[in-house]
Design a protein around this ligand. Structure first.
Ligand SMILES: [Zn+2]
Length: 119
C-alpha cells in the first residue's frame, strides 16, 4: 500500500466498502489536504483504517492506520490497559498537517505562497 495520498487520484466522493463509517465526531478529524474530504473509518478487532477520496478503486486506496486492539493485547499479555482508542484520529491529523506543511513548502518554493503561510 502506498503511503502518499497524492499518488492516488483525488476524488470528491468516497469509494470504499460499507464497513467504513463516519467517525462519531467528524469535526475532530482534519480534512485530507489532497482530496478535501474528512475520512471514513473502519475499526475492527484486527485493524484501524481510514478511507478518503484518494483512491484508484474500492481495493486500492490511500489509508492511514493505527495499531488494532488485538495486536495491542497480544503485545501486552492479554491486557487492553493503555490502548489508545484515539490513535487513529491522532495519526490521521498528524499526517494531514504534515502533508499540508510540505504542500505549503512546495508552493512557497514555486512562488505561489508567501513565507507568512508556512506553519
Ligand atoms: Zn484524501
Amino acid at each position: 500500500m502506498k503511503t502518499k495520498a497524492h499518488e492516488y487520484t483525488p476524488h470528491n466522493h468516497y469509494n470504499c466498502i460499507d464497513a467504513y463509517k463516519n467517525p462519531e465526531h467528524p469535526e475532530d478529524w482534519d480534512v485530507c489536504p489532497n482530496c478535501g474530504l474528512r475520512p471514513k473509518i473502519w475499526i475492527f478487532d484486527n485493524g484501524c483504517l481510514t478511507a478518503c477520496g484518494c483512491w484508484y478503486s474500492v481495493y486500492r486506496y490511500f489509508s492511514i492506520r493505527a495499531e488494532s486492539i488485538m495486536s495491542f493485547v497480544k503485545r501486552h499479555n492479554g491486557s487492553t490497559l493503555g490502548y489508545d482508542k484515539d490513535k487513529l484520529r491522532k495519526n490521521w491529523n498528524r499526517w494531514c498537517r504534515t502533508l499540508l506543511f510540505w504542500k505549503r513548502i512546495s508552493y512557497y518554493i514555486n512562488g505561489i505562497l508567501s513565507k507568512d503561510w508556512l506553519i
